[in-house]
Ligand binder design. Structure first.
Ligand code: S3P
Length: 177
């Protein structure tokens, strides 16, 4: 069984994904990193040189491939924050495995993304009203995340990524290796 992590940027999808894969003896795949690797360019460069539409299509191509691929080893997939928004992508994610939505307060998200704003094109340029921008995007996206997810975890309740990973293992009734 594969596991898919979704949620807004700065909610810990990558660090929890790594911890979860380690605890389960699974592979970890980060869709942002995978797209960057395939394109040979950072995400801000893809947005700037090829446009957001190109990036979104690269995300769709990737999750479509992952949904078709039947690996022998379990895969934990951390997704980019906007990936579940395309209905087609949501369908592929659900085919891949149970979908876990990681959630955090806007203030927590702002603390996490603030230091590297330039790396996140959708909030870069909003340094003067970062919380407002985050709340605006959360308002649009949370209903979609809620619709796609099988489980929701409030990460503000946990001190470490490894604890969030343990909670996911418990929710899914799995065993640590
Ligand atoms: C995006 C989130 C980013 C990355 C891109 C777009 C979004 O991923 O995919 O900058 O639309 O929310 P993270 O959620 O890993 O930061």
């Amino acid at each position: 069984m594969n596991i898919v992590l979704i949620g807004f940027m700065g909610c810990g999808k990558s660090s929890v994904g790594r911890a979860l894969a380690k605890q389960l003896g699974a592979w970890h795949l980060d869709t942002d990193q995978e797209v960057e690797k395939r394109e040979g360019m950072s995400i801000p460069d893809i947005f700037a040189k090829k446009g957001e539409g190109y990036f979104r299509q690269a995300e769709t191509d990737l999750v479509k491939r992952l949904a078709r691929q039947r690996g022998r080893k379990r895969l934990v997939i951390s997704t980019g924050g906007g990936l579940p928004l395309r209905a087609e992508n949501a369908t592929y994610l659900k085919e891949i495995g149970p979908v876990i939505w990681l959630r955090a307060r806007p203030e927590t998200i702002a603390d996490r993304v603030g230091p590297r704003l330039a790396h996140r094109p959708l909030v870069a340029g909003h340094a003067d009203n970062l919380i407002g921008r985050i709340e605006e995007l959360l308002g649009q996206r949370e209903p979609v995340y809620a619709d796609v997810a099988d489980h929701m975890i409030d990460t503000d309740e946990f001190e470490k990524s490894s604890h969030v990973a343990e909670k996911i293992i418990e929710e899914l009734g799995l065993q640590k290796t």
